[in-house]
Design a protein. Structure first.
Ligand code: ATP
Length: 575
């Protein structure tokens, strides 16, 4: 397929933008063939697959946080001990200590490979994943993170990557297929037709091995639904609907039995092999899972104690003087040894030092064995990150927004769809979910009707005397606060939806005031109905419904009370 058919810029020989490329991908992807090679007609099209694989490198990552010093009520002369876990790094502020969460971590993750971060609880696995995914404050993170040797712009990373959280925040009454379809409508650009979105969802269902569960509801405590492993794969599916180039996952196998965990990692391997970099943290992988991993980083108190392939683990520990017994699981042995060393007075310092010298040695050996590799890496023409991304898109990756600016990073849109499309998709999903849980809605409706009637009995048959007018004002104040507290009952659901929403609109979306407002809107359909039901009941019972003005006044009072309440809660939580 000729790209020039689509873009006048390309016809003029100008490098295509991400948007133009995406348009080509969109037009070229047939519903039944989601990933195929396009003839782009510009230099990067001649790049064979994996000739220039993506390489995510991180060097000397150091991250520390300031923690308040504990107020010690017992003076040291009475035997009070200072805390040893917190490392004091000469902080200028006498009231704060600095806790080092990552200490000089370096490594490399490659396209087509699965990289796993291992370590005991609290060793810094999630912190490392967060640092790589640009989810922690840049000012406090030292070191460099590059993709194909180029520093990564935050916005670009957001578009080409995905982050899968540990918790599955899904709507219980939607089926697997519907959940992924809503994600497609939300995350894929409007310019992509519905049939292509459906095709992407179907391809994803197959990729995730969810064909048999496609029409099953997600479920929750009260409704039977998909299994834990399937649930986790749906969570992954939501985040990879746009087929990201880099995928970060925080403990994707936690809480799963070994078979489900293996299936999840197998799916991740498939995703990596489709041309993505996959970086995840994992607790004690089984022997079978270990066989799927390509690179490991073991952490202990934020420091690297091993970095390399699983195959090199036995040699590493043998040379360190602690050979792994044949019958033992390698990672279990390594993690147990690290824990034992952590409990010794010297800690894991010896292992950290040994790892550093071992890595140097390995690099030296590699260079001696193949001196040409260094020369090749210097003399071989390198593909810029922009071209590498373009080539990846041409292979069908990254179904995302369509910008128009020539410069790639500045043209990357933060959000695939405009604000109002997102609101429409989320409201539709929210209503579908509520419709399938009528009992819950019925109970809440009953509760507001009864509350309305009880309130009305206190203001029964008001007259038109000054006292009656005063009582009416009291009634409105009372009704407003009752409405607010009735709405407060829905706050847990409201907040949960907000977290799902946050994830879907990328990590920092909640900082945008419009999104705070937008979220207030999302919960409105059901709550507004409840408020109106409450208003109608009290009106009818009190006998105030005499005039249209009275009704409108009451209606707007109720709406603004609800609006103020929900916006306040959202804004407060977003701080
Ligand atoms: N903002 C913070 N302030 C102080 N300490 C923090 C902060 N964030 C994380 N920590 C600490 O940093 C350490 C590493 O946390 P992290 O969540 O990365 O560990 P982890 O290896 O992922 O643990 P787990 O496997 O239990 O999830 C922990 O001791 C944690 O308490």
């Amino acid at each position: 397929m000729e790209l020039k058919e689509y873009s006048p810029r390309i016809r003029r020989g100008i490098n295509p933008t991400l948007g133009e490329l995406l348009k080509c991908v969109e037009d070229a992807q047939s519903p039944d063939h989601d990933h195929h090679i396009l003839e782009l007609g510009f230099p990067c099209s001649s790049v064979p697959r994996s000739s220039y694989p993506f390489v995510l490198s991180f060097t000397n990552l150091t991250y520390s946080v300031k923690v308040g010093r504990k107020v010690n009520l017992i003076p040291s002369c009475f035997g009070a001990k200072s805390t040893t876990a917190e490392v004091k790094l000469g902080s200028s502020n006498a009231n704060t200590n600095t806790k080092v969460l990552l200490n000089g971590i370096s490594g490399e993750a490659r396209e087509g490979e699965l990289m796993a971060v291992l370590g005991a609880s609290g060793s810094g696995k999630s912190t490392l994943i967060d640092a790589l995914a640009d989810r922690i404050a840049k000012e406090s993170l030292k070191g460099s993170i590059t993709l194909n040797g180029e520093a990564l712009d935050s916005r670009l990373l957001k578009v080409i990557s995905a982050y899968v959280m540990q918790d599955d925040l899904l709507f219980p009454m939607l089926t697997v297929e519907e959940t992924l379809m809503f994600s497609a409508e939300f995350r894929l650009p409007r310019s992509l037709s519905k049939s292509k979105k459906k095709a992407r969802v179907q391809a994803l269902i197959d990729q995730l091995g969810l064909r048999n569960a496609a029409t099953t509801v997600i479920g929750d405590e009260g409704h039977r639904g998909v299994s834990g492993g399937e649930r986790r794969r749906v969570s992954i599916g939501i985040d990879i609907i746009h087929d990201p180039i880099v995928l970060f996952l925080d403990e994707p196998t936690s809480g799963l039995d070994s078979t489900s965990a293996f299936m999840v990692v197998k799916v991740l391997q498939r995703i990596a092999q489709s041309g993505s970099i996959v970086v995840m943290s994992i607790h004690q992988p089984s022997y079978r899972i270990l066989s799927l991993l390509d690179r490991l980083i073991f952490l202990s108190h934020g420091q690297t104690v091993y970095g390399g392939s699983p195959a090199n683990l036995p040699v590493f520990f043998r040379e360190f003087g602690h050979p792994i017994p044949e019958t033992e699981n390698r990672t279990e042995f390594a993690l147990d040894l690290i824990r034992e060393l952590e409990e010794t007075p010297g800690g894991t310092k010896s292992l950290v030092e040994f790892n550093k010298s071992w890595q140097l040695n390995k690099n030296q050996q590699r260079q001696n064995a193949d001196p040409n590799s260094l020369i090749n890496s210097i003399t071989r023409p390198k593909l810029s990150l922009k071209d590498a991304i373009s080539a990846s898109i041409s292979r069908g990756k990254l179904v995302s927004g369509a910008p128009n600016d020539p410069s790639l990073s500045s043209s990357v849109p933060t959000f695939a769809n405009p604000f109002w499309i997102e609101i429409a998709v989320i409201s539709k999903r929210s209503l579908t979910n509520s419709r399938r849980m009528p009992e819950l809605f019925g109970i809440r409706l009953g509760a507001v009707l009864v509350t309305g009637l009880i309130l009305a009995t206190m203001f029964w048959k008001l007259d038109n005397s000054p006292k009656g007018v005063q009582e009416r004002l009291g009634f409105f104040a009372f009704a407003m606060s009752t409405t607010f507290y009735t709405c407060a009952e829905a706050i847990p659901i409201f907040l949960q939806e907000r977290y799902i929403f946050m994830r879907e609109t990328a990590y920092n979306a909640y900082r945008r005031s419009s999104y705070v407002l937008a979220h207030s809107l999302i919960s409105i359909p059901s709550l507004l109905f409840l408020s109106l039901a409450f208003a109608a009941t009290t009106f009818w019972a009190v006998g105030l419904a005499g005039g249209v003005h009275g009704f409108l006044f009451f209606f707007f009072t109720i709406c603004s009370a609800f609006w103020a309440g929900s916006s306040f809660v959202t804004s407060f939580r977003a701080l």
